[in-house]
Every structure is written in structure tokens, then in C-alpha cells.
Design a protein around this ligand. Structure first.
Ligand code: FRU
Length: 492
């Protein structure tokens, strides 16, 4: 068994990280900090890892670099929560220090076996990626057990440098792991492995290969079960834009179907984008004790400029979402625990909106806003959030294109984007507007905006740094109506 390498002062690499956090926390500037979303105490956060329920609480691990607000040598940070709103900082779980992970402990998942919590993660050394295990008997302190899937166990045409992000699960007494991979000629694929004990693994098959639409690996595969269907999630790099879908440089997709673990095949009924906004990636799911399937994801996107970095931190998580399948499609709703933090209810009904309309008591930037619009005859109908005298972001229905648009071009800060993206300021989705109605549920948390359309039919997530608290409504070229509205301040 490998032990953490000791530092000169006798601290392990995880203890050194925790000492650094404690000593430097006060340097983090608070102005952009969220109030009900998970974010790093200091430094950098990307993917959620090991999202699970164990030892009577939910665990969120995450890709973490404590020593600076940019991606670097990856640790696993750790939070626990009972309600997905309050996140309790736990000691750093993993740090790159072993013989096979000196270049980083990349993403992975967790599983409970014999009352112990196992973390399965990608260990990186000199560009070679292998899968390793760590174990904890208390859910706080983790001991590394070393490599369990060497890169020699890859199929012949797969790259040893692109083999990562194991999603471990149990089916009929056998452990399985889905893994992101890439072939030598550039195709993204998802592989299946099998084990009796989590320690010895054998390769089963390629469950998903995409010859035409990716320009890279499928990162962070995940799997959950909804209505008796298997739902695979994955985050392909360079997924080809289709109409208004997949406009980010890296996308997060879901695939509904049946996974045959014996053969290692996935018979697919449907696939689609999970979130049509700007900032959503690498989602993971857990099964809650009450049966809910709950998803979390990174509320950022690779290649973007992150204005919080100059404040000493970067990257955060979405508010976890409850998943369901309705007519074979994924529906997402904010976790119901959020309702316990609603304050200062404001309600309106049957308000005609023209041009710009402000409603009494409707403002804020730590806010939950529900609006049901009757779209009337207007060409565009929507809401402006995070507004001040000169800046805001808009979410609106556009009749000409029949799309719902999230436009953050007016937020006053330029977020750079990858050359393959059209921009990083406008995204669109199509939803059902039968009856000329559209429902929006919007969650604002200082610099984040999550928009749930028609009770979770589609979601658009984006960070908005304009900073204002004004909320107003508008209808262009015609009138529309707010049939009903509810607003709450979220205070925890
Ligand atoms: C996805 C990802 C993973 C990798 C991790 C490294 O965002 O690139 O594939 O394990 O981030 O931090």
C-alpha cells in the first residue's frame, strides 16, 4: 500500500493543502462569492467528483488546485452536505503525491463497499493515465491503494494519454466502470470494464463510439437509471454544433437507452444536450436515500476567462438538480431543499407588459423567480436580470426563430471563448410554447443564473458578472402578459 509522501515539514500533501487553505482564506475577495452554490474555499475548482451519499450525508469531491485560481496539479477537494445548500468544507481528500499520480489526481467517482467509501480516480504520470483507488473508513481520511486499471488494459487502438474519469457502479453483484477514451485516429469513445472486487479489472467493450462528431475524448461518463431506462451522461470535447444545440466548445450530453453490461453495448433511443446555456460541464449523478436521482455539474466551461480569478478563486457548481424522464426526455428541476431557504415572498398576477416593466418588490441577486408568460403577439418577451443603469443579461422568447435566448452580451465584461465557438455571449434553446405560454424559473446567486424552462423541459446556465439587482420585464413590438409571478429571496 502506498502512503502519502511526507513533505519536508512532516506534512502529507493533503495536510499541506489544508494548512495553505487555512492560512490564506482571508485573502479571497468576497464580492463575487455565491451564497447557495458550492465553490472552492480558495483557488481553482473544476469537475465534480465522487458525488455520492455515504455515512449519513452527501459527499461532493471536486477537481481542486488550492495554490492558485487556475488549473494546475489536481487535488480532490471535499465538501459534505445534508441539503445541497450548506456545504461543509472537509479536509482535502487526495493530493498528487504517489508514485503513479505525481502529475495529478484527475476526475472519478465513488462507491460504498463493506461500509467503506472507495474513490476511483485517474492517476496521471508523465502524460500516461491509469485508474487508481483510495479508501476511507470514516468518509474523511483517505488512503491510496494504488493503480487498479493500468493503461495496458486498454484496447489496442486507444490512446494511453486519453483514458480517464471512471464512473464506478454495481449491477447484480458485479462492479463496472465506464471510462472516457480516445482512439489513435481521434474518435471519442466510452469503454466498459468489469470487476468482482474493485481491485482486479477486465476490459469488456466499447459502449459508445462516435466517428464523426467529436474532436476529442468523451470526458466524465456517468450513468443513472430513470423509469427503468439507463441514462448515460458524458462530456465530449468538440461536439459538433447542430442547429442551436452544442454551441459550447465542450458539451454535456445525455443518452437514453439500455446498457447491456454482459456484452458491453448501449442500445440508444435518444440523445440530447443537457444544458443549453454557457456554463455547464462534467455532470455527475447520485441516488439519494429517498430514491431521487440528483445531478451536479461544473458551472463553468473550458476556454473561458473567469473574472473571479483575480479575487483568488475560480469555478463553482450548479445547484444540484432532480432528474426525471418524461416521454423519454430528461427533465431537470432544482433540488426541493431550496424551498426551505425562501424568504420575502412577492406575488403578482395578470400584469400586462409593454416595453420595459418593473414590478413592485421584484428585484435581487440571490433570488428565485417564477414567471408564467402569455406571449401575446409580441416579437420578443422576457426578463432582464442582474441589471443596473448600464448593464444586465436578458432571457427572452424570440418569436421569429421560435427560440428562448439567453443573452449576456450586455453584462459589461468580455468572456473570451474558444475559436470553435461562435461567441460566449448568446445561447438559445427551443421549448414547447403550445398555448402561447412559457414558464421560466430563474435562480440568481450573485454571479450565476440558472434558467429552467417549462418545469424543467430545458435548462440554460450562465455566469453573469454585471452585478446589479434590478429585475425587469419587456415585450417588444406588441404586448404580453405575466399570468403569474412569484419571487423569493434565498437566504441561508
Ligand atoms: C474534464 C476534465 C477531465 C479530467 C479533469 C482534469 O473537465 O478534463 O477529463 O479528469 O478535467 O482536471
Amino acid at each position: 500500500m502506498k502512503k502519502n509522501r511526507s513533505h519536508a515539514d512532516g506534512k502529507s500533501a493533503t495536510q499541506a493543502a489544508d494548512a495553505y487553505i487555512a492560512a490564506n482564506l482571508s485573502a479571497v475577495q468576497p464580492s463575487y462569492r455565491h451564497t447557495f452554490h458550492a465553490m472552492p474555499p480558495i483557488g481553482w475548482m473544476n469537475d465534480p467528483n465522487g458525488f455520492n451519499y455515504a455515512f449519513g450525508k452527501y459527499h461532493l469531491f471536486y477537481q481542486f488546485y488550492p495554490y492558485g485560481a487556475s488549473w494546475d496539479s489536481m487535488h480532490w477537494g471535499h465538501y459534505t452536505t445534508q441539503d445541497f445548500i450548506h456545504w461543509r468544507l472537509e479536509p482535502t481528500a487526495l493530493a498528487p503525491d504517489g508514485t503513479n499520480d505525481s502529475d495529478g489526481c484527475f476526475s472519478g467517482s465513488s462507491i460504498v463497499k463493506d461500509n467503506k467509501l472507495y474513490l476511483m480516480y485517474t492517476s496521471v504520470l508523465a502524460d500516461i493515465q491509469t485508474q487508481s483507488l483510495a479508501v476511507s473508513a470514516d468518509g474523511v481520511h483517505f488512503e491510496k491503494l494504488g493503480e487498479v486499471i493500468p493503461s495496458s488494459r486498454l484496447p489496442q487502438d486507444a490512446l494511453r494519454t486519453e483514458f480517464r474519469d471512471p464512473k464506478v457502479f454495481l449491477r447484480d453483484g458485479v462492479y463496472y466502470a465506464l471510462l472516457g477514451s480516445r482512439t489513435a485516429n481521434g474518435e471519442g469513445q466510452i469503454l466498459l470494464y468489469r470487476s468482482r472486487d474493485l481491485l482486479e479489472w477486465e476490459y469488456v467493450n466499447v459502449v459508445r463510439r462516435d466517428r464523426y462528431t467529436t474532436r476529442g475524448i468523451y470526458e466524465c461518463p456517468d450513468l443513472c437509471e430513470l423509469n427503468g431506462k439507463d441514462v448515460m451522461l458524458a462530456s465530449p470535447q468538440g461536439y459538433e454544433t447542430k442547429d442551436w444545440r452544442y454551441e459550447n466548445w465542450q458539451s454535456a450530453i445525455y443518452m437514453v437507452g439500455k446498457l447491456d453490461v454482459e456484452k458491453g453495448t448501449f442500445e440508444q433511443d435518444y440523445e440530447d444536450e443537457i444544458d443549453g446555456g454557457f456554463d455547464f460541464y462534467a455532470p455527475q449523478t447520485l441516488k439519494a436515500p429517498d430514491g431521487r436521482v440528483i445531478m451536479i455539474g461544473w458551472m463553468q466551461m473550458w476556454s473561458r476567462r473567469m473574472p473571479t480569478a483575480q479575487h483568488g478563486w475560480a469555478g463553482s457548481m450548479i445547484l444540484p438538480r432532480e432528474l426525471s424522464l418524461q416521454e423519454g426526455k430528461l427533465y431537470q428541476r432544482p433540488v426541493r431543499e431550496l424551498k426551505d431557504y425562501r424568504w420575502n415572498e412577492v406575488k403578482h398576477a395578470h400584469k400586462i407588459i409593454k416595453e420595459k416593466t418593473v414590478l413592485a418588490g421584484v428585484c435581487g441577486k440571490k433570488t428565485e423567480l417564477h414567471v408564467l408568460f402569455d406571449l401575446g403577439q409580441a416579437a420578443r418577451v422576457g426578463v432582464e436580470v442582474f441589471g443596473n443603469r448600464t448593464r444586465s443579461a436578458k432571457i427572452y422568447y424570440d418569436r421569429a426563430s421560435d427560440l428562448v435566448v439567453f443573452d449576456r452580451s450586455g453584462m459589461g465584461i468580455d468572456i473570451s471563448h474558444d475559436a470553435s465557438e461562435k461567441d460566449a455571449s448568446v445561447r438559445s434553446v427551443r421549448v414547447d410554447t403550445a398555448g402561447n405560454r412559457l414558464e421560466m424559473l430563474i435562480l440568481l446567486d450573485v454571479v450565476s443564473c440558472e434558467v429552467f424552462l417549462n418545469d424543467g423541459e430545458r435548462v440554460m446556465t450562465g455566469n453573469v458578472y454585471s452585478g446589479g439587482t434590478d429585475i425587469s420585464f419587456f415585450a417588444e413590438n406588441g404586448e404580453a402578459e405575466i399570468v403569474r409571478l412569484e419571487k423569493y429571496d434565498i437566504i441561508n
